[in-house]
Structures are given as C-alpha cells and as structure tokens.
Write a protein that binds this ligand. Structure first.
Ligand code: CMC
Length: 392
C-alpha cells in the first residue's frame, strides 16, 4: 500500500527495520513458522517452555537442556516481599495490564545486578527471571483486581499449572488443576509466543536499541500490547460480543454499522496487517474454543454469536474485498472466559504468551552487529523559518 509521498511510510507498511531468523510469516498463504517449524506442529507437540527455548536459542532443546531450563525457572518464581507490597499502592480498579507493565518496570530496581544488556550472563539471568516472574505478577494483578489474597508459587507444578493455581487456587479448599484446562491454556500461550515485527515486538526492539535493559524494554512492549488494535483486541472482542447481545440490535445490523464505519466501529478480532488469508492461529483457537467449552460443559451464547458474526462477515463483500478474516484474538476471549479469567485479564494472558518472542527479538537485536539505535525519519510539514515577533 503506497502512501503517496516518497519515503513516507505511515505505520511502517513497507519498511523492514531488521533482518530476523526467528519467525516466518506468509500472510497471503496463511503460514506461520517458529524457527522453521509450522505453528500447527509446534502447538501439537511442544510445551510453552520448549517453544520459548526454541524461539530464544534457535534450536529445539535436548531433554537435559529443557529440564535444566524448567528447573531454573521454577527456582526464580518468588517475588521479593517489597515488590508484593508494591501492588497495595495501586487501586484495585487498576487495569491488570497497567499493573503488569509497572511491576515489570519495577523489577529492574530489584535486579540491578542483572540489567547490563552487554553482559551475556546477566542477560541470561534476566531471561530466566522474566519468564519465571511474569506469570506470578500477572496472577497477582488478577488477585488484586478481585480483592483476593496472593498465593505463593507452587514450584512442584509445571509452568502452566502453577499459573492456574496462582489464579484460582484459593477458590477451593483443595484445588484440582483440570488437565483439559491446563493443556488448552498452554496451547493458547504457545500460539501467542511470537509474531515477528508486530507493534509490541518492534517497541521492545526500539527501546532495546537505545541500550535500555531487558526489563525496561519488556515493560514498554507490554504497554504497546495493551492497545485495542493489538493485544487489547481480545478484551475488546468480548466487550463487542456482550454489547451486541445486550443491545439486542442483532449481528446483521452490527455488521452494517461496521461497513458504514458508523462512529468508527470496527469488527474487533478481524483483520490483520500481514494476514490476507485466514490467520493460522485463529483456525487453531477456533478448534480449541469448541473443544474446551464442550469439555468444561460450558455453553456460552457469546461463542454462538461470534460464529454467526464470522459467518456473515466472511460472506460479505466488504470483508472479502478487504481480505479481512478472524485473527488470533477473535475466539481466545471466549475460552479465557470459560476458564474463569475476568475480561480484563485477557491481554495479560497474551503478554505471558508473547514474552518469549519479545526476549528472543531483544537478544537477536543485541547480538546483531548491524544494530543501530532506532531513529525513524520524518517529513517536516510545518512552518518555514520565521522571525520571533519584535513586539513580544
Ligand atoms: N473491521 C472493519 N473494517 C476493517 C477492520 C475491521 N476489524 N480492519 C480493517 N478494516 C478495513 C479498514 O477500515 C480499511 O478499509 P478502507 O480501505 O475502506 O479504508 C481496510 O480494511 C484496510 O485496513 P487497514 O486499517 O489499512 O489495515 P491495517 O493493516 O492498518 O490494520 C488492524 C490492521 C489489525 C489494526 C485492523 O485490521 C484492525 O483494526 N482490526 C481490529 C483490531 C484487531 O482485531 N486487532 C488485533 C490484530 S491481530 C493480533 C494482534 O496483533 O494483537
């Protein structure tokens, strides 16, 4: 898409800012690969941490490497008690994404010993600390928002089970982790782990290009993810579906409003800068939505509404001409809701998923001798030189 002015590229539609060996996307064909492996195969076979290793280090881990990685992450899950008190300074109405980015930013104040971006050992330690602590911070942001006690991580549990227990463990005397739920959540996290130069990853790279440490760069990435055009879309989809249900206007009328661009209303969870075909992640998420809701014995009318909306949109010329298909955010919210997460936690779950990708890109950038500080050009369209008024 041309913008008309030479060298001007709003939204970086045509500009590559880096080379990268992490993720391959063919948006026309609906293909996504992590380090060469098709996303469908990764999602069917890998764990969250195995995928994280693959993205960060470039190859699949051996069994020993994976076991050691897992063990290290388990040993770093605890948060400093002072950092736990940090949560009490925030209002319980705070959006969990704001809590998440603030707490990650605060991590660098506790770990100045691991914030030198040029020291490989420190970067390694920060990588482990972030992977271990982000889910704990996320669960505390959840607990804070609903006024419940923070639980200690249970390091006998797997990464995902620990996270589930931190979120829901105080709801039952003896909390039983549902393996269906655990597997479904792990799959969703894997599907989110990387997506090349999206807005939040580009933010992480841009901030990192200044020499800022990994904590600061990831905190910036979380803030970029928060917006409804990016990760915040999963929350916006649920709000849109609930709005259609509550208003009683009907799906067809809502689609008409989208097509007429009334009040700038969009079909949230639809469209993508790169995919001009069905988002391969959305295909997998849709399958999961049916499976998970059935296995949990949940019937959510919002899922029916989402399917009706998709059907109408896919057959409509407006969406066909613009090649707009459901993206990864269209069906995730319905699953997260069935799992018991409040709507405001949805984008936080996306952040936990995306963390390994952000780290992989930050490290790739720091190891690339061609890296320079990110500094876009502009085309100046303001006033020519003029003199300061003499009477002022
Ligand atoms: N609903 C209605 N119309 C749309 C939508 C939509 N969701 N998305 C794009 N369009 C229209 C847009 O108005 C434009 O129409 P026209 O040619 O008449 O001006 C045309 O399609 C091309 O869209 P664009 O705005 O140039 O596309 P973009 O690449 O700049 O934006 C996007 C991509 C994802 C921001 C956009 O599709 C969107 O806002 N979607 C809804 C929000 C959303 O679901 N975001 C999640 C993205 S995927 C996961 C993630 O990154 O977090």
């Amino acid at each position: 898409k041309q913008t008309g002015l030479t060298g001007l590229d709003y939204g970086f539609v045509n500009t590559s800012a880096t080379r990268s060996a992490i993720t391959y996307i063919d948006g026309d064909a609906g293909i996504l690969r992590y380090r060469g492996y098709p996303i469908e195969q990764v999602a069917a076979n890998a764990s969250y941490l195995e995928t994280a290793w693959l993205l960060i280090y470039g190859e699949l881990p051996t069994a020993d490497e994976l076991a050691e990685f897992d063990e290290k992450i388990r040993r770093h899950t605890l948060l400093h008690e002072d950092l736990k008190r940090f949560f009490s300074a925030l209002p319980h109405t705070a959006h969990p994404m704001s809590v998440l980015s603030s707490a990650v930013s605060a991590l660098s104040t506790y770990y100045e010993d691991s914030s030198d971006p040029k020291d490989a050992e420190q970067v390694e330690l920060t990588t482990i600390r972030l992977l271990a602590k982000l889910p704990v911070i996320a669960a505390y942001a959840h607990k804070k928002s609903v006024g419940q006690a923070f639980l200690y991580p249970d390091n006998s549990l797997s990464f995902v089970d620990n996270f589930l227990k931190l979120n829901f463990g105080n709801l039952a005397e003896i909390y039983q982790i549902d393996p269906v739920l655990s597997k479904a959540l792990e799959r969703l996290l894997i599907l989110h782990e990387d997506h090349e130069q999206n807005a939040s990853t580009s933010t992480v790279r841009l901030v990192g290009s200044t020499g800022a440490n990994l904590y600061a760069s990831i905190s910036a990435g979380i803030n970029a993810l928060y917006g409804p055009l990016h990760g915040g879309a999963n929350e916006a989809v649920l709000e849109m579906l609930a709005g259609i249900r509550d208003s009683g206007e009907g799906v067809a009328r809502f689609v008409e409003r989208v097509k007429n661009k009334e009040d700038g209303v969009k079909l949230m969870g639809f469209g993508h800068r790169v995919y001009k075909n069905y988002d391969p992640r959305a295909k997998l998420v849709k399958e999961s939505a049916d499976e998970v809701l059935e296995l949990l014995g949940v019937h959510d009318p919002l899922l029916d509404l989402a399917k009706e909306l998709e059907q109408i949109a896919l057959e409509d010329d407006y969406f066909k001409e613009r090649r707009l298909y459901p993206n990864v955010d269209f069906y995730t919210g319905v699953i997260y809701k069935a799992m018991g997460f409040p709507t405001r936690m949805f984008t936080v779950l996306f952040a936990i998923g995306r963390l390994p990708g952000w780290i992989a890109h930050w490290r790739e950038m720091n190891n690339d001798p061609q890296t320079k500080i990110g500094r876009p050009q502009q085309l100046y369209v303001g006033s020519p030189q003029r003199d300061w008024p003499a009477d002022r």
